[in-house]
Design a protein around this ligand. Structure first.
Ligand SMILES: Nc1nc2c(c(=O)[nH]1)N[C@H]1C(S)=C(S)[C@@H](COP(=O)(O)O)O[C@H]1N2
Ligand SMILES: [Mo]
Length: 530
């Protein structure tokens, strides 16, 4: 009877070890997620994966049963399931080491896969789950390891002293080990709870921003964007759409964690070489006359043929309006903008004041800015690469000079000035697509922001340049679609394209890497024609 009591008594510490270990891992995962991205949290990533992959019938059932608490129900349900598996891991580690540790490690891998599967994820999204897995394995091995001497010690003394000594010698020793185990497990559990709750608070603040965004009502523009002519979109299957949806819009920034700012927390301070230092708040900004424009944004890091480019409908206040309020002093040639997370950007004052549609933006494609695209306020300046113009989460403007100040990327080897280079891209047929002999429609995009695309030409292998058909021009600040009918003959063929701008300059054909001021060269695709 003592032996039954003892062995069943040992099941709980082992199960508890598993639960504490997985709890500690999850807490570490949350802390890491605060630094990487809240969507990288293993718990949330797995939860979102569950939501994304839940069959419609089950989802309907959950919504009907739990109403608006369906997410809470999911998290509680997940908590129970994870606790049950974790307890099993503890038992497995106790009786079949390292089975428990292996399963706990697999937990981490599942978390990492779920995090990497999140929309807009990067490789760093795997870090919280990997750390969580490693910490859980470590804690599990430590706790279960502490349970072992309790049984090996008496056996050893058993051999030395004979049978009668076991209980006398073994009990106090195992009680001491038991106390040590309880203190260690309790300490780790308490620490994990504190750390977990603290990081959850930080994550909740980010969620607060998401909620704030849903309450924003965008004003009607004083100056609306011209309607998009039907001909701006060439009717070519699987061509790149003229307007890029917010979900498909490329995202580039240095923010490991998206700055979370509510509209009421936001303000823009304008200072430096100005007549009056001013600060503009959200309500004041929203009361100003708004301009809406389509502008194609491009990243300087975009390789020839790359996709770090997108065209959106932006709503905002002309940046010049704000500069005029502050009064720019003569000699100030740089607008140094800084984001809530300290990223800096130097824009020529001339580009902001020469009449182009440089906007302090609050809306993107009819919605408040998505959080990762700069919520609540960012800049968009036609004709300049993003790193010298498109500050997201912008909170500070300093009027200064290029000779006095270098912005973030300029101190890292990129050019101080970044006008967008004329370029063109082949979008279809996709690389490696099956191409049959005969007429093949090759289509793509070309851009020369603020100058305008005048023509696009296509060349097959070493042939001559031939004119492609251009879509109707929307504006000088937006990209332009093109298409070319190629009569393909069997064999391997390479298709090249080049753009010519409205001033008659052809795209530079020699290859240059993006650094320091944007790539040059021709995009090409090689097809096997059957
Ligand atoms: N705060 C901040 N703003 C930023 C950046 C950044 O790293 N931090 N990157 C810039 C760069 S390099 C580009 S290309 C554009 C990209 O904007 P998007 O992510 O909305 O496409 O944002 C710009 N604004
Ligand atoms: Mo960029």
């Amino acid at each position: 009877m003592t032996s039954t009591a003892r062995s069943s008594g040992r099941l709980w510490p082992a199960a508890l070890s598993g639960i504490v270990a997985v709890g500690a891992g999850l807490a570490v995962g949350e802390v890491a997620a605060v630094m990487v991205d809240l969507n990288a949290s293993p718990y949330f990533a797995v939860g979102s994966a569950v939501v994304d992959h839940t069959p419609t019938a089950v989802r309907e059932w959950a919504i009907n049963t739990f109403g608006t608490s369906d997410k809470l129900a999911l998290f509680i349900g997940m908590g129970w399931i994870i606790a049950a598996i974790a307890a099993g891991c503890g038992l497995a580690e106790r009786h079949r080491p390292p089975a428990g540790a292996v399963i706990v490690g697999l937990f981490g891998v599942v978390g990492a896969i779920a995090a990497l599967d999140r929309p807009g994820s990067r490789w760093t999204y795997a870090i919280p789950s990997i750390l969580a897995g490693l910490v859980a394995i470590l804690v599990l091995r430590i706790l279960v390891g502490m349970l072992r001497p309790a049984e090996t010690a008496p056996t050893a003394s058993d051999g030395a002293d004979g049978s009668g000594a076991e209980d006398d010698a073994g009990q106090p020793a195992s009680r001491a080990v038991g106390r040590r185990f309880v203190l260690t497990a309790g300490g780790i559990a308490a620490l994990a709870a504190v750390v977990g709750v603290m990081s959850r608070r930080v994550l909740a603040d980010a969620a607060h921003t998401v909620a704030d965004r849903t309450r924003v009502l965008l004003p009607t523009p004083r100056s609306a964007a011209p309607p998009i002519p039907a001909g701006a979109e060439l009717q070519v299957p699987d061509a790149t759409p003229f307007v890029t949806s917010n979900n498909d819009f490329y995202r580039i920034d240095t923010a490991l964690q998206v700055p979370s700012l509510t509209t009421q927390e936001w303000s823009l301070r304008i200072h430096g070489m100005v007549d009056d230092e001013i600060r503009i708040g959200w309500d004041e900004l929203l009361a100003m006359p708004m301009t809406e424009r389509l502008v194609t944004l491009t990243c300087v890091s975009n390789e020839i043929g790359g996709d770090l480019i997108g065209n959106a409908r932006w709503l905002g206040v002309p940046m010049k309006t704000l500069l005029d309020r502050a009064g720019v002093r003569p000699g100030a040639d740089m607008l140094l903008s800084t984001s809530a997370d300290g990223w800096t950007c130097g824009t020529p004052v001339s580009a902001v004041t020469d009449g182009r549609d440089a906007l302090l933006v609050v809306g993107m494609n009819g919605e408040p800015l998505p959080v990762e695209h700069g919520y609540p306020v960012r800049q968009v300046v036609p004709g300049l690469y993003g790193y010298v113009s498109a500050t997201k989460w912008v909170t500070d403007w300093e009027l200064t000079t290029f000779s006095d100040v270098q912005a973030y990327w300029t101190t890292r080897g990129w050019s101080a000035l970044g006008p967008i280079k004329l370029a063109s891209r082949i979008d279809r047929p996709a690389s490696g697509a099956d191409v049959e002999r005969g007429e093949v429609i090759v289509a793509g995009t070309a851009w020369a922001q603020h100058t305008g695309v005048g023509a696009v030409e296509v060349r097959i292998d070493d042939g001559v340049w031939e004119r492609a058909e251009l879509a109707t021009e929307y504006s000088l600040d937006t990209w332009r679609q093109w298409r070319f009918t190629w009569v393909a003959t069997p064999g391997d063929h390479t298709v090249y394209c080049r753009a010519i701008d409205r001033r008659g300059r052809a795209q530079v054909e020699t290859y240059a890497s993006p650094i320091p001021d944007g790539a040059t060269g021709l995009d090409s695709r090689t097809y096997q024609v059957s």
